[in-house]
Write a protein that binds this ligand. Structure first.
Ligand code: BJW
Ligand code: ZN
Length: 271
């Protein structure tokens, strides 16, 4: 589909005023201004590893110690980070329009910053850094302990000169439910894993009825999230993208607002 694209903020705000069901689909870019590295690009490395190479079931099977060090580091960074003007603009918009509009925030982020900014109607597509799942009994629990286990104290340094990881499996976090004792893993959707069907259904339901979608700070290369907004545009919903640079899907959308979303969102959502 080829659209005549606009960066006319005034026109976009008119659409926002009249829209009844709005989805805000966010990615790592919305948390970049809170100091959380994005996945693709220069910041997407921990030690010598690209983040994506540690976010996989194979990586966890091969070296759970290394993967837990990586997630321990990420948990510490996220816990110390604060929601920024972009997260706050989204939460304020939801709060002030809740009686007149249905607003749903679908995030690919696992850092918890949308919730901490006050967003209520939130779908976390890829899980949450502060939840664990037992590899044996599958119980999911919120866990904000820092560190999550004694053995991770002073571990997880991102320095590329640190090599290997040798925490014995018995010292990594384990399930405390009854006699289970299974190894815990982060409750995160890794590459090649399916999204939680309930979570995916909720996201697809919101996407299928929205009349306006804001796509914020995502490279739109990871599926299934990458196809949500293009599909919405194809069935006639208005889609506006907020990013530092064009993405593979930009040409499919009606509006494109370039710049840090900590600056563009507070303007766009202030109606
Ligand atoms: C700013 C900014 C500022 C910066 N202001 N903007 C169909 C075709 C091909 C492949 C597949 C397919 N369907 C499924 C797949 C396989 C795979 C996939 O998509 N691969 C692609 C890479 C090709 N998908 C999956 O495996 C998914 N599972 C699945 O579909 O199961 C069924 C299935 C499996 C296999 C085959 C077919 C079906 C699961 C995906 C789970 C993704 N998990 C991760 C890791 C989480 C781990 C963790 O956090 O520890 O989630 S990957 C990583 O990417 C993370 C993110 O949520 C996700 C998206 O990244 P995001 O948010 O877009 O970040 P970036 O860094 O890419 O982009 C940041 C953007 O912000 C940039 O555009 C910047 O310009 C911008 N920006 N500062 C505004 N201030
Ligand atoms: Zn268990």
């Amino acid at each position: 589909m080829t659209l005549r694209q606009s960066s006319d903020m005034k026109k976009f705000k008119e659409c926002l005023k009249t829209a009844k069901e709005i989805v805000i689909l966010s990615g790592a870019g919305i948390s970049a201004e809170s100091g959380i590295p994005t996945f693709r690009g220069a910041g997407g490395y921990w030690r010598k590893y690209q983040a994506a190479s540690l976010a996989s079931p194979e990586a966890f099977r091969n070296n759970p110690s290394l993967v837990w060090e990586f997630y321990h580091y990420r948990r510490e960074v996220a816990a110390k980070a604060e929601p920024n003007a972009g997260h706050k603009a989204v939460a304020n918009f939801e709060a002030k329009t809740s009686s007149s509009k249905k607003v749903t925030v679908i995030t690919q982020n696992v850092d918890g910053l949308h919730a901490r900014a006050g967003t209520k109607s939130l779908i976390e597509l890829h899980g949450n850094l502060f939840k664990t799942r037992c590899t044996k009994c599958k119980e999911v629990l919120v866990n904000t302990d820092t560190p999550i286990c004694e053995a991770l104290t002073n571990r997880g340094a991102p320095d590329s000169t640190v090599v290997g990881s040798d925490i014995p499996i018995k010292s990594l976090p384990h399930c405390k439910k009854g006699t289970c004792g299974g190894l815990l893993r982060p409750h995160i959707v890794w590459f090649g894993e399916s999204l939680d069907p309930d979570v995916l259904n909720k996201a697809e339901a919101a996407m299928s009825t929205c009349d306006l979608c804001l796509v914020v700070g995502t490279s739109s290369v990871v599926y299934p999230a990458a196809m949500f907004a293009p599909q919405a545009a194809q069935r006639g919903a208005i889609v506006a993208e907020f990013n530092l640079e064009p993405t593979p899907t930009t040409s499919e959308f009606h509006y494109y607002f370039e710049g840090p979303c900590g600056k563009t969102l507070p303007v766009a959502l202030n109606i």
